[in-house]
Design a binder for this molecule. Structure first.
Ligand SMILES: Cc1cc2nc3c(=O)[nH]c(=O)nc-3n(C[C@H](O)[C@H](O)[C@H](O)COP(=O)(O)OP(=O)(O)OC[C@H]3O[C@@H](n4cnc5c(N)ncnc54)[C@H](O)[C@@H]3O)c2cc1C
Length: 347
């Protein structure tokens, strides 16, 4: 379904904007022009006034970015707000949120209402608009399992389109917005379907240990959220304390034969059987390759969570890339496994 949006609203725009505080790795960079549209109309106006030949970037809270140099052209940071109940039946609620909403505000609001679904995704940094881009996931739950539809605006035509969840080509940390349609659409909002009766997923280790002995009816989303927050705070460095972009590499998936061969060589290999092969814990591979807590100049792999690359201060993107390459090379040499970087490189 498509509809046209008349350009009637205005928007704020900053020339030569400093992006250092707008990426959680704290890398120094500037945007030639940074615009923050607050409505669909304003976004459509920004696009209409833009020279189509100039580069266009979209950023959220910069928690999954490696900004390698200044961004030419126009950078958009959506400030489209709002969370609402769209409809409900006896068992489900449908909720909508604007792309500019802070993700964890949406989780907190739905859990406060007693609606179940988002609790495992508590405290993931970033915006609602970025969440479908890489199909955020944590503790056994992915956004794709709850997503009813994604609303997008085409960057060329400014047409608004709604994609049903099953049209978004979601995969592990991937979607059509990150892969084949990259740069074509701006995500402006999402709609989720959540449960009225709790059916919390506590299959993941730390949640199983805490809630595994309880019956489903006794596991409340608010309690799961509280525990997820406590576990995350104990394991992951907060970016405002130690700059980082979360997991720096995806967990690699190898064939069953390759996984079995690795298990024979490394008895304590951390691996999970998947329909398409065996998923290896990238953090374990990095730790075994000797990088946990190790530094290379101003950057390093975190001392508690080897998967998280941290900026100890004044790092440049060249420092980040040099460390990422060194880690990849050592994991490749020791295990014969290629790591894939999770954060997006800009420009
Ligand atoms: C401490 C920490 C923990 C984390 N834990 C997790 C985790 O458990 N699970 C997980 O999945 N991720 C995790 N992340 C990664 C990150 O939080 C998510 O990827 C998040 O969705 C990024 O949101 P953002 O607003 O910061 O996006 P940005 O980093 O600003 O952008 C990321 C990408 O999304 C694109 N994008 C952003 N907004 C839009 C839009 N409106 N339309 C189209 N494209 C857009 C950008 O162009 C860019 O390519 C973590 C990060 C940190 C720092």
């Amino acid at each position: 379904m498509s509809e046209s949006v008349p350009p009637t609203h205005t928007f704020t725009q900053i020339d030569d904007a400093d992006l250092t505080g707008l990426n959680t790795l704290g890398l120094p960079a500037r945007a030639q022009r940074l615009a923050r549209p607050t409505t669909l109309d304003a976004l459509s106006q920004v696009l209409a006034e833009r020279n189509p030949a100039e580069p266009l970037f979209v950023i959220g809270e910069g928690s999954n970015l490696v900004i390698c140099s200044d961004l030419p052209g126009l950078t958009l940071s959506l400030a489209i707000d709002g969370m609402s109940l769209v409809k409900q039946d006896n068992t489900h609620v449908w909720v909508a949120a604007g792309a500019g909403v802070h993700w964890d505000d949406l989780v907190a609001w739905t859990v406060e209402q007693g609606w179940q679904g988002l609790e495992n995704l508590s405290l993931i940094p970033g915006t609602v608009g970025a969440a479908p881009f890489q199909n955020i996931g944590a503790y056994g739950v992915e956004l794709s399992q709850l997503l009813e539809q994604v609303t997008v605006m085409d960057v060329v035509t400014a047409q608004v389109t709604h994609f049903a969840g099953n049209e978004c080509e979601f995969a592990y940390r991937d979607s059509r917005f990150k892969s084949r349609d990259r740069g074509r659409y701006i995500i402006t909002g999402i709609e989720l379907r959540l449960n009225k009766m709790p059916q919390c997923n506590v299959s993941y280790g730390p949640l199983k240990a805490r809630f595994g002995h309880l019956s489903q009816a006794d596991i409340l989303p608010a309690a799961v959220r509280e525990h997820v927050i406590a576990v995350r705070q104990s394991k992951l460095p907060a970016p405002d304390v130690l700059a980082n972009a979360g997991s720096f590499f995806k967990n690699p998936v190898v064939t069953k034969e390759r996984g079995d061969a690795l298990k024979r060589r490394f008895a304590d290999l951390v691996a999970y059987t998947q329909p398409d092969g065996v998923k290896l814990a990238a953090g374990w591979l990095i730790e075994q390759a000797g990088w946990k807590g190790k530094r290379l100049g101003p950057v390093g792999m975190h001392s508690e969570q080897a998967l998280v690359l941290v900026n100890h201060g004044n790092a440049t993107s060249a420092d980040v890339i040099a460390l990422a390459e060194a880690v990849c090379a050592d994991v490749q040499e020791k295990f014969g496994v290629a790591l894939e970087q999770e954060p997006v490189l800009l420009p």
